[in-house]
Design a protein around this ligand. Sequence first.
Ligand SMILES: Nc1nc2c(ncn2[C@@H]2O[C@H](COP(=O)(O)OP(=O)(O)OP(=O)(O)O)[C@@H](O)[C@H]2O)c(=O)[nH]1
Ligand SMILES: [Mg+2]
Length: 298
Amino acid sequence: MSDDFRSGYISIVGRPNVGKSTLLNHILQQKLCITSRKPQTTRHNIIGIKTIDNTQFVYVDTPGLHKGGKKAMNRYLNRAASSAMMDVNAIVFVIEALNWTDEDQQVLEKIKDAKVPVILAVNKIDQLDDKGSLLPFLAELGKKMAFDDIVPLSALKGKNLEPLEQSVRKLLPVCEPFYPEDQITDRSERFLASEIIREKLMRRLGQELPYGISVEIESFVEEGSMYRIHAVIWVERKGQKIIVIGKGGSMLKSIGKDARVDMEKLFDTKIFLELWVKVKEGWSDDERALRSLGYTDV
Ligand SMILES: Nc1nc2c(ncn2[C@@H]2O[C@H](COP(=O)(O)OP(=O)(O)OP(=O)(O)O)[C@@H](O)[C@H]2O)c(=O)[nH]1
Ligand SMILES: [Mg+2]
């Protein structure tokens, strides 16, 4: 191992939907975290580990910090993201180019309290029609706090990620790696399977429905070269159950098929997946129900 091997923890934080999970997936060059066009996709802090010659980056993807929503679930998401700012070596604060909002301002205040070095990642630059307005925007951002660096990038297109990673490396201490070099996360395959199913639900269902949905893996069994997985999709009302199942079971079938394809890629094995939809009224505003569904990491 080289004398200046560095390792450390880096939290990726920001308001919902700015592209935190997309960024981590592209840094890892693997789809570990789920993403969607809807805010509040990520519900748990998820570690993504990248080990190269002289560095082990231990990134933490976090739920989007947000204001709206008063349910137990919203409190849980904000608590999870806030807790991830403590005891890390660096924070990557993700925002959207040319779009500084009140929620970004609130995230900034929290970050200042954390007293950890911060790199600002200005994401989605591929979307800009008017590239000329980026420089003045970056100059304004530079006045908001003493960022260690400001890096405009596109997580989705994998553009300018290297300068970000180089800046992050500079903030990590000389230290032995925490994890074996081939490990990419500390989460179980069981957890990752439930997330993949949730992603398909987030992506396929209409605006409001996904927030009342949770996925629980009832059994996860290795049978020869195949995983047999049974999962329950918990919804809050009977009407939601009907929507998730779809006409003649069509919606559930597509969700199952999409999830299976992704699982086969991630786990590199054949998957047999069975999905059930069940109703648990008001679970997303019930602290105890949240805990029983695995929302316990903070
Ligand atoms: N055009 C463009 N879209 C992006 C980029 N990065 C992310 N997106 C899109 O933005 C949406 C949100 O991405 P996510 O990675 O799920 O965002 P997030 O910050 O993790 O969101 P939460 O988990 O809800 O907090 C998705 O539709 C992504 O495809 C980018 O660089 N360019
Ligand atoms: Mg996310």
